[in-house]
Design a protein around this ligand. Structure first.
Ligand SMILES: [Zn+2]
Length: 277
């Protein structure tokens, strides 16, 4: 699964390819484990279903490959996410909130049980963003302290600077997600099917909508975009060059973040007198 030939790489980075003795050696060096979280769901008429899986997976691979001072290991991506609002279009496979949360919680708990103390959930799907934060808070009471972020949070400035349409908004199958796919897998983007479309974020009451929040509000992709295409943003503005620039920038920022995380001591929360079960 997601293997590349050994000649492509100088070191192993995939959890699922490692041997037992390699795990035992890795845990001695304050390793960081990246778990990409994504979704299989519609991304407009021009995109494949796994846009949100492939983006964070490749950013994780690039990051792991550019850090040589300590082990960075990439697990198989979580391919299904909290994506009920995309079920109105063909191709979406969604998990319920509790299923998703429990799945990712158990993955993190297992990684921790293997001796790995530093875990990063690198997310590529907007619907997983809030659930991942909840997972982080839930794990903290189990003495497991993880980082959760969505890849576009790392590169807001770069997106704003490089964009010719969508600015720093990652959208949905728009300029940015389509650029990343054109860079990574251009054969899976149907250029003749692209539809620029617009998010109708505040169709009813801007005031109420503000406090419902993006993912707590009515969000059904068939009806909450102007043309009902399921796209948010402008895929016509996408290019492989922009995709490459943003993936490289995200991997660079993530490498810095992960290095800081690695350098920090792991704090033990559950010690006598500081914790009430
Ligand atoms: Zn997406």
């Amino acid at each position: 699964m997601f293997s590349t030939s050994p000649s492509d790489r100088e070191k192993k980075i995939f959890w699922q390819e490692m041997w037992r003795h390699e795990f035992e050696e890795a845990v001695k060096h304050d390793p960081v484990v990246i778990v990409p979280t994504g979704s299989v769901e519609q991304h407009g008429p021009h995109s494949p279903m796994d846009v949100d899986v492939v983006g964070p997976l490749h950013i994780a691979i690039k990051t792991a490959n550019q850090i040589n001072d300590f082990p960075v290991i990439v697990t198989p991506p979580v391919w299904s996410g909290f994506a009920h609002y995309n079920l109105g279009f063909a191709g979406t496979i969604s998990l319920g909130m509790d299923t998703y949360r429990n799945l990712v919680l158990d993955i993190c708990r297992s990684i921790y049980a293997n001796g790995f103390r530093r875990i990063v959930l690198l997310n590529g799907h907007g619907g997983n963003h809030a659930p991942n934060a909840t997972i982080k808070h839930q794990l903290s009471q189990e003495n497991i302290f993880i980082l959760t972020l969505s890849w576009w949070e790392l590169v807001k400035d770069e997106m704003a600077k490089l964009s010719s349409s969508d600015g720093s908004d990652v959208g949905h199958g728009g300029e940015w997600e389509t650029s990343v796919q054109l860079y990574l897998r251009s054969h899976l983007i149907a250029k003749d099917r692209m539809v620029p479309d617009r998010d109708l974020t505040n169709p009813f009451s801007p005031k109420v909508q503000e406090f419902m929040g993006g993912w707590g509000a009515f969000a059904e992709r068939r009806r909450d975009t102007e043309k009902g295409s399921g796209t948010m943003g402008n895929p016509l503005a996408a290019s492989a060059e922009k995709g490459e620039a943003i993936v490289q920038a995200a991997a660079g920022k993530l490498s810095l973040l992960i290095t800081e995380y690695h350098n920090l001591p792991v704090r033990e929360y559950k010690e006598f007198g500081s914790y009430c079960p």
